[in-house]
Every structure is written in C-alpha cells, then in structure tokens.
Write a protein that binds this ligand. Structure first.
Ligand code: ATP
Ligand code: MG
Length: 558
C-alpha cells in the first residue's frame, strides 16, 4: 500500500499501527451509522468518505448501519434517501446493510445479562426526577430510591416493560454505575425506555426502545467493527461505551473521534435543516441551496467535487469552520474539466450584421470542452441577427474596456470579427435596442485574417434559433459566515434574501434545448449550469446555476 495514503491523517496512523501489531487479526471493519431522521448533508459526506475511504485504503470493509433507536423521528423515506445519496457519492456497502433495530432483541438480552450481574435496575422516578437526581457538573447526583430493587424484581419488571404492561415513560432501565462520577455519562445512564410509538422497521413489536448510548457500541461490536469512528462530542461517552462492552465481555471496537465538519454560510444541524424545510424557507430537502447531498446534486455538484473537498480538508481533532469557498473551489476545479461549454446570453441585446446576407444560415464549429478533446465539437447556427450580452456593449466605454463599443472590433466566439458601426436607442428609456456591426468574412472561426488582433471575445446566439430558458441563479443561503452564532439573533434572520434570483429573459444556443438531465454545462463567461431535474420540461427549460465562474464573495469580504 502507498505510504502516503496510509499516513495521511491521525486515524490512518492509528490503523496502520494496529495492522503492524496484527490487532484484530489484521482486519479493518468500519461503518457509517446515520440515524434516519433527516437527509444526509455535507458533514455526513465527510464521515462517509472517511469510513468507506479507510476500508478502501486498508483492504477492509465498511458497513452501512441505520442507527434507528428513536421511532418518533425516523422513517423509510429517510432510509431510502440516505442509501441513494451514498451510492451517488460512489460508495458501496455491498450486502452489508444493517439496522440497529434488528439488534433490539440482542440488546434486550444484553440488558438481562446486566440485571443478572446486578449492574442494571428498573427505575420508577419520573423523567424530571431523574434529571434532578443527576446533579450538575459541580455537584454529585444522588441515588434513586429504586436503585436497590432486587434482581428478581428488576427481571420481572423489565419483562413487563417489554410486554407493554406499563404506560409510556413510567419506568426506565438504568445502568448501576456511579451517581457521583465526574463524567455525567456515567451517572447511571438510561438503557431502555418505554415508548408506545410503532417503529418504521420493527412495527408494533417493541414497547421498549434502547437509548442510543446502549445501542451504539454494542451494535458496532455485534458487527465486528474494529474502528468505530465518530465525531468529537462522543469522546465523553467513550468511557461508558468501553465499560458496557467490558461488562458484556464481547468484542471491543476501538472508538476514535474526529472534529465534525462545519461550513460557513450554512447550517448543518438536522434540527435546523428540518425547520427550514417544514416552514418552507426552502422548497424542500433537495432545494439547490440546501447543504444536503440531494440539494448539492440538484444544484449540479459532482460527487468528485465533494469527495475531493473531503480529502482536501482532511481529518483532525480541532473544531473549525471551513470556508464554503473551498468547497466551491473544488467544484470549479472538477467542472472545469468535465462541463460541456455552451453559449447562453443572460441579458440579451440585438446585434444586426449589416453586411451579412439576410437569408444566409451558416454553421459555426464550436469546441465542446477545451479541457477534453474527446468531447468533440458541435455546430452552432450563425445568422444576420444575433443576441449578445447587454453589458458586452458600451456606448461610451472607459479605458481598458475591451468589448464592443462604437468603432471597435471584437471577436464573436468561434465565429467572426465584427466592428460596431452604429446603435439605436429606445427613445423613452434610453436603453440600447439594437447594435449594428459589420463582419469580416475572412475571419471565419474567429481567426485573424491578417495578423490584426482584437482584445475582446464575446459570446452570442443566433436570434432566429435561440431558445428560451428560465435560469435559477442560486447564491449562498445565509449572509453571514456563522449564522448559528452570529450575535444572539435567530439564525433564520440571516437567511440571504437574494439566495435565488430568477432570470426569464435568457436566450440559449439551440442545442441546449435537448440538454440532458445530470449533464454539467459551462455557459461561457457566465457560470456552471445544469438542467433542473424536477422542474425542467419539454415545454419549459429550467437551468440551475451551480456556481459562478469566480468567487464573487471573496471580493465582497475584502
Ligand atoms: P443528530 O445526531 O443530531 O441526529 P447527526 O448529524 O449527528 O445528527 P447522525 O445520523 O447521527 O447525524 O450522523 C451519522 C454519522 O455522521 C455519525 O457518525 C456522525 O458522527 C457523522 N456526522 C454527522 N454530522 C457530521 C459532520 N458535520 N461532520 C462529520 N461527521 C458528521
Ligand atoms: Mg448523531
């Protein structure tokens, strides 16, 4: 194996060391363990790339396990979306699709073992009392009066809990550890609670559900996970997970924590994302402004751009806020290589080539992707009347304006040199209505006929052939880097009112009428675009802007 690959972060180093010591008989098993209570976001992508990536790097395997211990928040829609997202990123769990809820029986048996060993008890305090008895970081908690129940009584009551003989929340099963522990997680944590909610995967079978802390480590152990990689907030839970596993005398996965991904100009908490969706601040989980993987996909992000970004930012133990422009940089890098070029005029003004025959329709050869010759060329119609961008013409240009203005010559991309001879204004608005130019027939292909040079090259479409489209110009969802911690205001106050601008006047080269879904385009000089997979129809073309060609926010922030 490539040393550079193995050394790339502290987790790789730990695993390499384990392999050198033949720990776990040289096996590496990881897992990605989402709770199906929302859609996956870019933070999850970091964890997916890490877990599946490690399996790849060390000849190991990575499981997909749904950590579904909370029936009131989970559902099948989330399960399916998560599976699709992971596949979209390009990872494969093969036949290793698991559900914590399939281990409920095992987790129940483990709990019985605990009761029999005298290290678990049924507590009948109310939820609120349990909280009070827990104490605080500075004061020890105190024992529940039910902590001294006999093993027989505990076994009997726990079975009744399972059978649905008690009302919701009337009892819980707790581990008997230490109510004075400096680690709050060790103050007799709850293992099972009574819930009458049916579960999307186990139906009505269970009346008790394991707590996440009782389920997670044991589920890893059941699956033979060797390296249980999770985010830093679980560091404080590790002593508890270790203790559970030691008491049960079952295989012991090694938990390793890393810093979660935070990204500027967005939020990554599932609770907040659900709020944005449910209260219609966005059009859905797949709104192209959402940091969800379905959102990124619809926006036109490529899986490679996300994976490259995850590789680039690496894995550390330090919390940080990664700049969104880094992700966009990775995106532009990938799209520059892959996107097909096309011409689209977003704010059209008409150009008439006065010396071009009125009835002539020529075809101009244009390169599909200068970065990839395999993408070939296409023919674009050229006629007497064209459209160009309104801001590619200036009546009275400042110095260093190299585009079209009275008397100047520019190149029409792939077509001809043209010189502006005249223009007409709308009397009432003062707006330029029509620009008159002559073309040099000797400059076909945009090549200089005699060595003379032009400084500007502008894009264009043939008026007769242009197709209309709706362009959805997306921008950042929030106006500040850290909407969650900016001043004390609610994060929603920082939603960017200009995060979606709709352009209905754009005119595109005709080939784009049959643009296929899922194909990335670069509208030359304008940005990267993709057909909207949901709203674009035969009657109405809709394109989403994936990203502009350059980072306009970098300038603003200076
Ligand atoms: P919650 O627990 O609030 O529902 P979560 O974002 O932690 O939300 P999980 O489904 O528990 O969601 O996450 C699945 C896996 O993805 C976990 O291993 C978790 O540590 C990891 N993960 C979640 N968010 C991030 C993030 N921002 N960066 C890196 N990894 C993350
Ligand atoms: Mg979590």
């Amino acid at each position: 194996m490539d040393e550079a690959v193995i050394k790339k972060d502290f987790i790789h180093e730990i695993i390499r060391e384990d392999l050198n010591n033949n720990k776990n008989n040289g096996k590496v098993v990881t897992r990605f363990p989402p709770e199906p209570n929302g859609y996956l976001h870019i933070g999850h992508a970091k964890s997916i790339c890490l877990n599946f990536g490690i399996a790849d790097d060390f000849n190991g395997i990575c499981n997909l396990r749904f950590d579904d211990t909370n029936p009131s928040k989970e559902n099948e829609e989330y399960v399916e979306s998560m599976k699709q997202d992971i596949k979209w990123l390009g990872f494969d769990w093969e036949d290793r699709l698991y559900f914590t809820s399939d281990y409920f029986g095992k987790l129940y048996e483990y709990a019985i073992t605990f009761i029999e060993k005298g290290i678990a008890y049924v507590d009948s305090l109310s939820m609120e009392e349990i909280r009070e008895y827990r104490g605080t970081l500075n004061t020890p908690g105190k024992d529940s009066p039910f902590k001294s129940r006999s093993i027989e009584e505990n076994l009997d009551m726990f079975e009744k809990m399972k059978n649905g003989d008690f009302p919701e929340h009337s009892h819980v099963l707790r581990a008997k550890i230490d109510m004075a522990s400096g680690n709050m997680n060790l103050r007799d944590p709850v293992m099972f609670r009574i819930l009458d909610t049916p579960h999307y995967h186990t139906g009505e079978k269970w009346h008790i559900y394991p707590m996440y802390d009782w389920a997670h480590g044991q589920s890893d152990s059941i699956e033979g996970v060797t390296h249980s990689i999770c985010t830093l907030e679980f560091e404080e839970h590790r002593p508890l997970y270790d203790w559970f596993i030691e008491q049960l005398e079952i295989p012991h996965p090694q938990q390793i924590e890393f810093a979660r991904l935070n990204l500027t100009y967005t939020v990554l908490s599932k609770r907040k994302l659900i709020e944005l969706v449910e209260n219609n601040y966005v059009s859905g989980w797949d709104d192209p402004r959402m940091p969800t993987l379905v959102g990124f996909k619809r926006r036109g992000y490529t899986p490679d751009s996300i994976k490259n970004f995850c590789r680039e930012i690496g894995v550390t133990k330090n919390e940080s806020n990664i700049d969104l422009s880094l992700l966009e940089h990775s995106l532009r890098d990938d799209l520059n290589k892959k996107a097909l070029r096309a011409m689209a005029v977003m704010d059209p003004v008409k150009v008439v080539i006065t010396n071009y025959p009125a009835d002539l329709e020529d075809e101009i050869e244009a390169i599909n992707n200068p970065e990839n010759p395999d993408d070939g060329t296409r023919m674009v119609p050229f006629t007497k009347e064209l459209f160009i961008e309104r801001d590619d013409f200036m009546e009275d240009p400042p110095k260093k304006y190299f585009r079209l203005s009275p008397g100047t010559e520019v190149r029409l991309r792939y077509a001809y040199y043209i010189t502006c001879t005249d223009f007409i204004k709308d009397e009432s608005t003062g707006e330029v209505k029509e620009i008159h130019c002559t073309y040099d027939p000797e400059s076909k292909g945009g090549q200089s006929p005699d060595g003379r040079k032009v400084k500007g090259t502008i894009h264009w479409v043939s008026a007769k052939h242009a197709v209309k489209a709706e362009l959805r110009l997306y921008d950042r969802l929030f106006t500040v880097e850290d909407p969650t911690h900016a001043e004390e205001k609610d994060y929603k106050e920082y939603l960017n009112p200009d995060s979606l601008e709709i352009n209905n006047k754009a005119l595109l080269e005709p080939g784009l009428a049959s643009a296929r879904k899922g194909i990335n385009y670069q509208f030359e000089r304008k940005g990267y675009f993709i057909v909207d997979p949901i709203d674009s129809t035969e009657n109405k073309l809709v394109f989403n802007r994936t990203v502009t060609l350059r980072d306009s926010w970098a300038k603003k922030n200076k």
